[in-house]
Design a protein around this ligand. Sequence first.
Ligand code: UDX
Length: 431
Amino acid sequence: MSRITVVGTGYVGLVTAACLADLGHVVIGMDVDDAKIARLRQGDIPIFEPGLAELIAAQGNRLTFTSNPDEAYRDGEFIFICVDTPPMYSGDADLSRVWKVVDRLPKSVGHERVLVTKSTVPVGTGAAIKAELCSRGFEDIGYASNPEFLREGTAIADARYPDRIVIGADTPETQDRVAGLYERLCCSNILTTDVASAEMIKYASNAFLATKISFINEIANVCEAVGADVRVVARGMGLDQRIGPHFLNAGIGYGGSCFPKDVSALKQLAGNSGYHFQLLTAVIEVNELQKRRVIGKLRRYLGDELRGKRIALLGLAFKPHTDDIREASSIVLASRLLAEGATVVAYDPIATDNMRRLLPCVTYAASALEALQDADAGVVVTEWQEFIDLDWQRVKAVMARPLLIDGRNALHGAGLKELGFEYEGIGTQIR
Ligand code: UDX
């Protein structure tokens, strides 16, 4: 059992703190936001992540929260940096919060401690932090990069059953100490490496997954042109073990808090180091175009003039099981439709409030059926199960025109056509 301070109680910090406490460690979560800490102390979890509130509640005294640095740093043998590193206008990662943590480490944090960075930071950040620590007389503090690979919606399972744990550390002793924290996870893939390589593994993994998505989206677009079906093509490709079946679902683009930010940051990192990462430039552009692809499809059915048309958006979150709308395709799609003069009516099971703040000009419905009422077209933006389970016969009766564009290839297209819908997916051929 170790004593751990987790700095930053956002998404990564809370999941990390809860999972480390669940492994038996004594964890204190620290944040500069007093209001957030007050809520956490009441058991009010400020983010939506299935199972997280229950997991935090189950930890009892093993997991506490504070906004007081003295209390936070008093006992922690390990200090985990879990603050966010949002993108700046240049595409670089904003490291100001990471540096604030390093700069404000109290003098009392001395020997035998290990500083562990979970936040996604550009390669070289760890070396810079270590140098800064040494210059301030903290040379005895060990340093490790221990990137997270958590997916929103399944973060608890991802933390409990990781494919791999990556630990990049300055010394073998620090590597062993950080690896020891995860002993009870029984993960067979613990990769210990240097700090820079660990930092790069995180970026390269996310950039590769994003590349896979943009690749299959382009294949989908070609499938549409030549009469093939991308779902069958993806299945055929995925059976090759060298390719694998994951992240080959074509759709209207990736979003979220990680892929867009990390792909840009890696491209920027390469550029800052004198290398032009051409492939990532294409990955980003393909994704942006893919988000707009629905507009062309709608035009083919409804005519060039979308002004006055009523378009229902089913789903706003960047993927199901989250209320996160960061970089969601729905934002671009809704904005484009509004710019064309269409009336946009949207529904999401949990992300509506977040979107309302961002796009007040959209009309928000209380159910999918209400959104589809009198609509000239319905667009599936997020593949929530409740859309798949809709009573489509009833939907057909309430729509002005039974036209569905399935941006996630989630619905049963052939069945819908039989019901009398006009249906189009992404890269699919439904006859
Ligand atoms: C991702 C990484 O998976 C995770 O390891 C990292 O730590 C954070 O970023 P997350 O952003 O939660 O996790 O979402 P993920 O499930 O990976 O999906 C990202 C986006 O890609 C979503 O918009 C999703 O709809 C899209 N996607 C995913 C596709 O379009 N096709 C696919 O085949 C898979």
